[in-house]
Design a binder for this molecule. Structure first.
Ligand SMILES: *Cc1c(COP(=O)(O)O)cnc(C)c1O
Length: 411
C-alpha cells in the first residue's frame, strides 16, 4: 500500500469502524464491507452518507421496514410507562398480547421468549413433555423428526439436529432424540415415526437452506400423517411468518393448522427481540409454574411492540401486498436472460435466485449489488436471497430488481 492509500484508509470512517469490529468483535459473521448508521422503511444509509435499499430485511425481522412510525410510537409510549418487570407479576401488556396473538393465530395459548432459537427450544421441551404426559411415551425416549438442511437457530440442542457441518463442528457432544429425514418427502416422515415420536419439526419453506419451497400439498400430507400417528406438527414460522410469504403464516397456503407454531424475528416489529410458541390448550397446559421460563420473556415493552406489529400487518394489508408484489417480482426475475441462473423460486416476498456453480458463488454478486446500492445476502453459496420489507414502495422494489437483473445479465 502506498502512503496516499494508507492515509486514505486511516481517515476513512468506514474502514476504521470495520477494523474495530474485526479486532474486538468475535468473527462469527462475514459482513459485506459497509457500516450502517440509519434506516427508514426500506432504505438504509451508511456512515459515508451512501444510501441503499435493504433487500435482506434482517433475515425477515424487518417485514415492517426500519423504524416503522406506528411501531416506534407504541415502543416509546410503553417505554414511558413500564419496560421490564419479570413474570413474577402480571403486566398490563402481557394479557393483551397473549389474547391478541392467540386470536390472530387461531390457536389458544402463548408462551413468550426472546430469540427464535429460544422459542424452538421451548417448542422441543413442550413436545417432549406432552409426549410423556399425554401420549405416554417411554421415559426419556421421546424423538422428534427433523429435516435435512433445516435451520432453527444455534443452541447446542438445535445444532444437534443440523445437517450443516459448519454449524456443528467443534460443538459436540450433542443432544440425542432427533431423527433426520429428507425434506419434501412425506413417506420418509411416515417411515421414521415410531411409538416414541412426539413431533415433526418443520420450516414450511427452508429459507436458510436456499429458499427451498416444497411441493404443493406437502404440509397438508404431513398434517394427515401427524394426526394419524398422534404426533405434534411443529411449524417454525420465525422467518416465513407475519406476511413474508404472501399469507399471515406460510402454512395458511395449505389451509392447515399446526399444533405448535413458532414465531420470532418480525414479531418484534423490527425494533427488539421477542419470540413465542403458540398452541392449543391441550398441549400448552403441560408446562406448569416453575418448569420453564425466561427473565425477559414476555416483558411489557416487547409485548407492546409485538401488538403494534400485528396491528400494522393487518391495517396495511401487508400479507396481500407481499403476495401481489412477490408474483410480479418472480415474473421479472424469470425474464432475466442469463446462463448463470439455475432457478428462480419463492413465495410472496421470500425469493431466491439460484446461480449455476460456474457463476462462482452468490457472494460476489451481493458485493457488486452493494456497490450499486442494493443490499442482498447470499445464502448457501449459490443463492441470492431477495426479501425486502413488505412495506417497500413499488418504485423502490422494482428499481432494486432492475439492478439485480442488470448485474446478473452482465456476467
Ligand atoms: C432466524 C431463524 C431462527 C433463529 O432465530 P434467532 O432469533 O436467530 O435465534 C430459527 N428458525 C428460523 C426458520 C429462522 O429463520
Amino acid at each position: 500500500m502506498n502512503e496516499n492509500a494508507r492515509l486514505r484508509s486511516v481517515m476513512n470512517l468506514t474502514q476504521t469502524l470495520i477494523d474495530k469490529a474485526e479486532s474486538y468483535g468475535a468473527h462469527n459473521y462475514h459482513p459485506l464491507p459497509l457500516v450502517l448508521r440509519q434506516g427508514a422503511g426500506a432504505q438504509v444509509t451508511d456512515v459515508d452518507g451512501k444510501q441503499y435499499l435493504d433487500f435482506l430485511s434482517c433475515y425477515s425481522a424487518l417485514n415492517f421496514g426500519h423504524q416503522h412510525p406506528v411501531i416506534i410510537r407504541a415502543l416509546l409510549n410503553q417505554l414511558q410507562k413500564l419496560a421490564v418487570c419479570s413474570r413474577a407479576f402480571y403486566s398490563e401488556e402481557f394479557g393483551y398480547f397473549t389474547e391478541e396473538l392467540a386470536a390472530f393465530t387461531g390457536l389458544e395459548m402463548v408462551l413468550a421468549m426472546n430469540s427464535g432459537a429460544e422459542a424452538c427450544e421451548t417448542a422441543i421441551k413442550i413436545a417432549r413433555k406432552w409426549g410423556y404426559e399425554k401420549k405416554k411415551v417411554d421415559p426419556n425416549q421421546a424423538n422428534i423428526i427433523c429435516f435435512e438442511n433445516n435451520f432453527h437457530g444455534r443452541t447446542v440442542t438445535i445444532v444437534s439436529f443440523s445437517t450443516d457441518p459448519a454449524y456443528r463442528e467443534g460443538f459436540g457432544p450433542f443432544t440425542p432424540g432427533f431423527k433426520i429425514v429428507p425434506y419434501d418427502d412425506p413417506q420418509a416422515v411416515e417411515k421414521a415415526i415410531d411409538k416414541n415420536t412426539v413431533g415433526v419439526f418443520i420450516e414450511p419453506i427452508q429459507a436458510e437452506a436456499g429458499i427451498l419451497v416444497p411441493q404443493t400439498g406437502y404440509l397438508s400430507q404431513l398434517r394427515n400423517i401427524c394426526d394419524k400417528h398422534q404426533v405434534l406438527l411443529m411449524v417454525d414460522e420465525i422467518q416465513t411468518g407475519l406476511g413474508r410469504t404472501g399469507a399471515d403464516f406460510c402454512y395458511q397456503h395449505e389451509k392447515i393448522k399446526p399444533d405448535l407454531l413458532i414465531l420470532g424475528k418480525s414479531l418484534g416489529g423490527g425494533l427488539l427481540p421477542i419470540s413465542a410458541v403458540v398452541g392449543p390448550r391441550s398441549v400448552m397446559e403441560v408446562i406448569r409454574p416453575g418448569q420453564h421460563g425466561s427473565t425477559f420473556g414476555g416483558n411489557p415493552l416487547a409485548c407492546a411492540v409485538a401488538r403494534a406489529a400485528i396491528q400494522v400487518l393487518k391495517t396495511e394489508k401487508l400479507s396481500e401486498r407481499s403476495l401481489v408484489l412477490g408474483k410480479k417480482v418472480l415474473e421479472k426475475l424469470r425474464e432475466i436472460q442469463s446462463a448463470q441462473i439455475r432457478e428462480v423460486r419463492g413465495k410472496g416476498l421470500l425469493i431466491g435466485v439460484e446461480l449455476e456453480p460456474s457463476a462462482g458463488g452468490a457472494r460476489k454478486y451481493c458485493e457488486r449489488l452493494a456497490q450499486e446500492g442494493v443490499l442482498c445476502k447470499e445464502t448457501h453459496d449459490h443463492v441470492i436471497r431477495i426479501a425486502p420489507p413488505l412495506t417497500i414502495s413499488e418504485s423502490d422494489l422494482f428499481r432494486g430488481i432492475e439492478k439485480i437483473s442488470s448485474i446478473i445479465s452482465e456476467t
